[in-house]
Design a protein around this ligand. Structure first.
Ligand SMILES: [Zn+2]
Length: 144
C-alpha cells in the first residue's frame, strides 16, 4: 500500500486528524491556557496494524503515532502496565492532539499528543517557514 500522489499522510490519517474541521479543533488550543485537557482533537487511532502499515507506506502521522505509542507503553503511570512488547495488531488508542504556542515566542508552535487514559504527553516543536504553515517539520522536544 502506497500513499496517494504527493500525500504526506495515509487515508486513515487524512480522514481523522487531517480532515479540515478536526485539524481546526487541534489548532483551537493555540492561545488558550493549556491546562484544560478537554480541548483539542480527540479520536481513536486505527489499529496497530494499520498504523504500522501507514508508517511503512511513508505516512508522517503514522510515523509519529508509531513511536509515541511504543514510548507510551514503556512509560505507563502504572508500572505494572509497562511493556516493551509489540502491541497486538488490533489494539487502538484514544489520543488527543493539541497545538500550543507560547506568548513569548508566537512563531513557535508545539504539537502535543496525549495517549490513553494516563494522558501520556509527547511534545514536538513545529518549525514553520517564516511563519508560513505550508512547510512544517517536527522535532521532539523534552518539555512537558
Ligand atoms: Zn497515517
Amino acid at each position: 500500500m502506497g500513499l496517494r500522489n504527493g500525500s504526506l499522510v495515509c487515508d486513515n490519517c487524512r480522514k481523522t486528524l487531517f480532515e479540515f474541521s478536526n485539524f481546526q479543533q487541534a489548532l483551537k488550543v493555540l492561545d488558550l491556557d493549556g491546562s484544560d485537557l478537554s480541548r483539542g482533537y480527540t479520536y481513536n487511532t486505527p489499529t496497530w496494524k494499520e498504523i504500522d502499515d501507514g508508517e511503512n507506506a511513508g505516512c508522517n502521522w503514522c510515523d509519529f503515532l508509531w513511536g509515541d505509542i511504543l514510548e507510551y507503553r514503556k512509560s505507563r503511570l502504572d508500572k505494572h502496565l509497562r511493556t516493551e512488547d509489540t502491541p497486538p495488531e488490533d489494539e487502538t488508542w484514544k489520543i488527543t492532539v493539541r497545538f500550543r504556542r507560547r506568548k513569548e515566542s508566537p512563531h513557535n508552535m508545539t504539537l502535543h499528543t496525549y495517549i490513553g487514559d494516563d494522558f501520556f504527553p509527547n511534545g514536538y516543536a513545529v518549525h514553520t517557514n517564516h511563519g508560513m504553515w505550508t512547510h512544517w517539520s517536527f522535532s521532539r522536544c523534552a518539555d512537558e
